[in-house]
Design a protein. Structure first.
Length: 940
């Protein structure tokens, strides 16, 4: 009985499953496996359903025909071949399923210091991967220390420079005792900054605790940076500096619990962001709390935990780093090569690893980044290495493999292969190729990605090869793929044909780190000074410009130069005003002080002033992400010229003038015609009246009133004797022509460019002619007068008045009104403000360097504007449009740099100047302070 019931239940279940399966199979991808193989990154309902193309049922039954059969209730004929067993899903990490939520091309990210339009590769919106696409088994995957393929022998490690730190010029101004009034004002401001810091932190704590970021409008959290509590780690030292000790201690407890060996959110660790935010945050917090003599050893321990993982990125043949690190063991086991990178991502790890080496005495950290410095130095010094000697193109090929040489070799190999095929037509199967792993016979593996350029995406191919356990690539004695070797080279331009050079996103912090590294190393490594000085010389020679702006402010910005041909001869410039570039004032100021170049300090002031100015000219008082402005030809002979600005905004001045001339001519003709038609109308009305009168007369004549019915005599008739072309006199060629000319001359005599005057004149003429009162019929188009000419009176059409085009001035005025461009600006490419720090960073450097309280005033105005526009109930939000004349819309984003950098710099602008003095501290690009070695002893 029991058994039978169980059996029945089973039967019912089987039936239900059968019916369901039938329906699913009718609609699902299972019937069209090939489509799915090609789809790059579909949002899977279930990650595993897409991992395998459909297979024949294991029983070898007649799957295909039964599925198609429209009779669902034949349970025995339908198998369940497509559902994998749980053990199958869990097993075999050879192809773990988490990676399927992203594509191989996801191996790049838009770092926060990167312009969207300069992103090297495209990535899907990984940060918002919903958690439910990742199942519990993924979370179980942990990073494991992989085998080292290209280790550096201990004796070859590049060691930290030794010796006593060199004396260096003071960076900070020698501040004097402040007045009581000044102190009160300063402390009041300081308290306001702290209050906003507390607001942001409390919002994070309440709604996003241990997540990466708070969404400050919706009061939720998001995890774009692996979910290791980015805001919490990034804000540690800010909390400490602001004196939020309890909050700090609470955060340190949470730091202890972070597990850097796993993340459910990403398959790749974004290396640049991880280093500057997490590693920098931990090291900075360790340093500000006293370092080895402090009470927070756990901060260094966590930094080392993270660094241990990150060291894997340097395990490449040329020791250039992998910048999107596929941390999962299955992807991480094989040999790797660096790919095309942005300068900033490559060059912005120096300080963090250098400080770790100093704190631990372990040279492996210093070695890792010293090799990058050396590679950059070699490129900077290579003859014709870059189009603008001294600085680098935004994209660099860090693979260490000479593509040109490889392409040639491949070409050779191909022709040899072709030759061989001719010789032996039978051996089609072995096709020897160049070094590209793709060419090595595992073409049978389904292509899951869109490897556009095989030689370019080596890293991805390696991963794929590693993943392809079922068809292992042939390996050499060392365990490397036999085609691993390549023609070596140093760093080269990673652009194809045209390279862009600027101090903006994707490049900024690489340069920023040269003087900072010099300071951090106590002046013991001279190459950083040399590299800085070459950079600065190139920036001065090629990039700096003074904008043409109302009031002729003495400010500077740094442009972007694009070299189309690898030389500096045909540069194309974009005169940018970008928020990311605003760090440059601070860099010039710091470098100018460290290397005793007053000129550079002056330039730094003008650069910092440029950004402060760009804040003030916007309606919200905040600078946009990206804009363009008109440059002056010469910095020392620069005058605001509104005519020139207008001409730039509307280059079609002469076309517009022609349009106006044509309009005047049409308008004159129109007026003549209107006069003619009006006369004619009057005449016809008169004639009709006359005819009517006559008819009336006839009707009243008694002797002759017997007219035949239906002749319509009761209606007034147009007297056939009155000609239709009643305006005969006007049509007379001579007089018509004269009239037109007179009217045209009348128009012309006005100042053509003065739209208002013309308008007034036309209005006057119109009222004189009294045309508007009965122009009767408004045509949308002008009627040609010939068309009107022969019409009977009842159908006289008055041609529409010609539409007046916009004058140059009117056109520009309209453009300015809709786009809200401040004087001098030519475009506003990105109107957002996303809580970025670079402008206040430079303002702060200038305050500490010059001691001039004007910088505090500028900074305070910036602070008030920013808070007004971004404050939400629980934090602060990026905004959509800094030119908004009302309240800009919040974008519901509060990146971790808001607390880590922006608020920290605002705060430090109003502390006493010896808090984190620039003579004792050096800040990484995320505003994390590292202790500089002093002559008194390099470690504290
Ligand atoms: C560098 O470029 C200059 C000018 O284009 C050329 O004369 C010179 O030969 C080049 N040097 C090298 C090493 O290619
Ligand atoms: C790459 O190889 C080509 C051809 O062998 C050579 O001309 C070129 O200089 C090499 N490039 C670098 C950066 O070494
Ligand atoms: C302003 O610019 C216009 C157009 O470029 C030029 O013709 C004019 O001479 C300039 N005015 C001054 C004062 O430089
Ligand atoms: C009536 O009018 C007709 C022509 O319109 C004319 O021939 C006739 O003589 C008139 N009759 C009288 C009585 O006037």
């Amino acid at each position: 009985m029991l058994r039978l019931r169980r059996y029945r239940v089973f039967m019912i279940c089987a039936f239900v499953i059968t019916v369901l399966l039938y329906h699913v199979s009718k609609n699902s991808q299972w019937e069209r496996p090939n489509v799915y193989n090609k789809v790059e990154a579909p949002r899977p309902l279930k990650p595993q359903s897409q991992s395998q193309p459909p297979q024949k049922p294991p029983s070898g039954g007649s799957h295909d025909e039964t599925v198609d059969r429209p009779v669902p209730n034949r349970e025995t004929s339908i198998k369940i071949p497509l559902l994998k067993t749980t053990s199958e899903v869990k097993g075999g990490y050879g192809l773990p399923k988490a990676p399927l939520t992203s594509t191989p091309t996801s191996n790049a990210v838009k770092p926060h210091k990167t312009d969207a339009h300069e992103t090297v590769k495209v990535r899907p919106p990984a940060p918002t991967v919903p958690q439910d696409t990742v199942s519990a088994s993924d979370i179980a995957i942990h990073w494991k220390k992989p085998k080292e393929w290209f280790p550096v022998a201990t004796e070859s490690l590049i060691a930290l420079p030794t010796g006593l730190p060199k004396p260096m010029p003071k960076v900070q101004f020698q501040f004097k005792e402040e007045s009581a009034a000044a102190k009160e004002k300063r402390e009041m401001r300081l308290a306001k900054v702290k209050a906003e810091g507390f607001r942001a932190w409390s919002g994070y704590k309440q709604f996003a605790w241990t997540h990466d970021e708070l969404t400050p409008v919706t009061k939720k959290a998001k995890d774009p940076f692996c979910g290791w509590a980015a805001t919490l780690v990034d804000a540690l030292d800010t909390l400490w500096i602001m004196g939020l000790k309890d909050e700090f201690d609470e955060a340190v407890v949470a730091v202890k619990a972070i597990d850097f060996t796993t993340t459910p959110f990403r398959n790749d660790i974004p290396v640049f962001e991880t280093i500057i935010r997490y590693l920098g945050g931990l090291v900075g917090a360790y340093d500000v709390t006293g370092g080895h003599s402090g009470k927070y050893r756990v901060l260094l321990d966590k930094a080392l935990e993270l660094a241990e993982i990150l060291m894997g990125i340097f395990d490449t043949p040329n020791r250039m780093p992998i910048l999107y690190y596929n941390w999962q063991p299955s992807y991480n086991e094989g040999p790797k090569r660096a790919s095309t990178v942005s300068v900033a991502e490559l060059g912005s790890m120096g300080m963090e690893f250098t400080r770790l080496a100093q704190l631990t005495g372990d040279n492996k950290y210093y070695d890792a980044i010293a090799r990058i410095t050396d590679a950059l130095e070699e490129l900077q010094n290579r003859e014709n290495g870059t189009a603008l000697p001294g600085i680098f193109p935004v994209n660099l090929d860090a693979s260490g493999c000479n593509r040109t040489a490889a392409a040639r070799a491949e070409q050779r190999a191909k022709s040899e292969a072709a030759q061989k095929q001719i010789e032996d037509a039978a051996s089609l199967s072995d096709a020897p190729q160049g070094y590209s792993p793709d060419a090595h016979g595992h073409g049978s593996k389904p292509d899951r990605g869109t490897a556009k350029d095989d030689s370019k995406d080596l890293e991805f191919q390696v991963k794929r090869d590693v993943a392809a356990k079922d068809s292992p690539a042939p390996v050499s004695a060392k365990g490397l793929p036999v085609d691993w070797e390549c023609v070596p080279q140093g760093l080269t331009s990673g652009g194809y044909g045209s390279d862009s050079y600027s101090m903006g996103g994707s490049q900024d912090s690489a340069y920023e780190y040269f003087p900072k590294q010099f300071a951090l190393l106590g002046g013991l490594e001279p190459k950083y000074r040399a590299m800085h000085e070459k950079t600065v010389a190139a920036v001065k020679k090629y990039l700096l410009f003074r904008p043409m702006a109302e009031g002729n402010p003495d400010i500077l910005f740094s442009a972007k130069a694009v070299s189309p041909d690898g030389t500096d001869e045909n540069l194309r410039y974009e005169y940018e005003v970008t928020h990311l570039t605003c760090f440059l004032g601070g860099m010039f100021g710091l470098g100018g002080k460290l290397f005793d170049s007053p000129e550079d300090v002056e330039i730094g002031k003008r650069l910092a002033d440029g950004c402060a100015w760009a804040y003030e000219v916007m309606p919200t008082g905040i600078m946009p992400e990206f804009a363009q402005i008109l440059p002056c030809e010469k910095a020392d002979d620069c005058h605001w010229n509104k005519t020139m600005w207008y001409e730039h905004l509307d280059p079609e001045v002469s076309w517009r003038n022609t349009q106006m001339e044509e309009y005047y001519a049409r308008k004159a003709e129109w007026k003549v015609e209107m006069a003619r038609l009006k006369t004619e109308k009057a005449r016809r009305q008169e004639a009709a009246k006359k005819a009517e009168d006559e008819a009336e007369d006839r009707r009243l004549r008694p002797a002759n009133d017997t007219l035949p019915a239906g002749t319509g005599a009761e209606k007034p008739r147009i007297d056939p004797n009155i000609p239709h072309d009643a305006g005969k006199d006007l049509r007379d060629k001579e007089s018509h022509h004269n009239l037109k000319r007179d009217a045209y001359e009348g128009e012309r005599s006005e100042d053509q460019t003065d739209g208002k005057k013309i308008e007034e004149k036309v209005k006057k003429l119109e009222s004189e002619l009294d045309l508007n009162s009965d122009s009767g019929y408004q045509n949308s188009q002008q009627q040609s007068w010939d068309e009107n000419y022969q019409k009977p009176m009842s159908e006289i059409y008055f041609p529409a008045e010609p539409i007046k085009p916009l004058t140059h001035e009117e056109y520009v005025a309209q453009q300015l009104k809709t786009e809200r461009l401040p004087p001098g600006f030519s475009t506003l490419g990105d109107r957002r403000y996303i809580l970025r720090p670079e402008a206040i960073e430079s303002v702060w450097y200038m305050y500490r360097i010059t001691g001039d309280p004007i910088w505090q005033e500028k900074g305070w105005r910036m602070f008030q504007a920013v808070i007004k526009a971004t404050q939400t109930e629980v934090g602060h939000s990026a905004i959509d449009d800094v030119t908004s004349t009302t309240q800009p819309l919040p974008a519901d984003s509060m990146e971790s740099f808001w607390l880590a950098e922006t608020l920290k710099y605002f705060y430090l602008l109003f502390t006493e100047p010896d808090v984190l003095s620039l003579d004792e501290w050096v800040f990484n690009t995320e505003a994390h302070p590292f202790r500089r070695p002093t002559a008194a002893g390099r470690k504290r």
